[in-house]
Ligand binder design. Sequence first.
Ligand code: 8YV
Length: 314
Amino acid sequence: DKIEVLQVGPYPQWDEEKLNATFTMHRYFEAADKPAFLARVGANIRGIATRGELGANRAMIEALPKLEVISVYGVGYDAVDLAAARERGIRVTNTPDVLTKDVADLGVAMMLAQSRGMIGAESWVKSGNWASKGLYPLKNRVHGRRAGVLGLGRIGYEVAKRLAGFDMDIAYSSTSAKKLAENWTFIADPVSLAARSDFLFVTLAASAATRNIVSKQVIEALGPEGMLINISRASNIDEGALLDALESGALGAAALDVFEGEPNLNPRFLKLDNVLLQPHHASGTYETRKAMGKLVFDNLSAHFAGRPLLTPVL
Ligand code: 8YV
């Protein structure tokens, strides 16, 4: 008999084929009544395959008495209740490294697109405004300006490397100054980092400790000429304060890939013209998603074969 696994979200067809061939996958995301679904299929489930932004909460973990392993399709595992997993000795894996450079690429692309007004400029062409109204309004330069990277982990480092290519003056925060960042300025305090930045990238792994680390004060320190770029998790930002500042002009602009309650955004975002909004797809390339899907599968297989996990969190 195949091992039973709870599938919390959808995967590309190539991943689903492989998972379905090896395991009995229970498609949680298609169930109308989720608690009833868990009550019906939960007794024999030994694994969870989830996604970074969906995770596995305590209620789900507690509804699965035979659960042994949670395999996350994503580097961020903040949506997994680690305490609940730890109490039961349940293993947790994620997909680090394989997505780092794609996430950094998208963050930098958002900075460029938003600064230079590329989305609006494309509408200018397609709407015929170029011919009827003339030149597109001037926009702000990127190269040579000041960038802050809040959280110089794997993704933050790749962002900073890319920004160095634009001759930017780079500062970063981190738990401590990093050797590999000798040309960059270490500023531990997020408000001070924001105050000296034209562009502030949020590249922190989210946890209870980083919740709303981008506070009203940080947002106001970034200021009316500043731009906030978030490619981490919405919980790292005080989203209410962000919306207030974008509406009032206390913050110049934002480029965001992640939102509270996504994919159902706060409707205030949709009315703003100083934002660039992306549908949480910084890791969304064929190459990376294939590597992520392989890690999800390989971690589950390793666990059930009694081999060491490839990329364990717990
Ligand atoms: C998502 C992510 O997991 O890696 C992460 O932490 O947020 C993303 O890669 C992706 O959208 C797949 O769910």
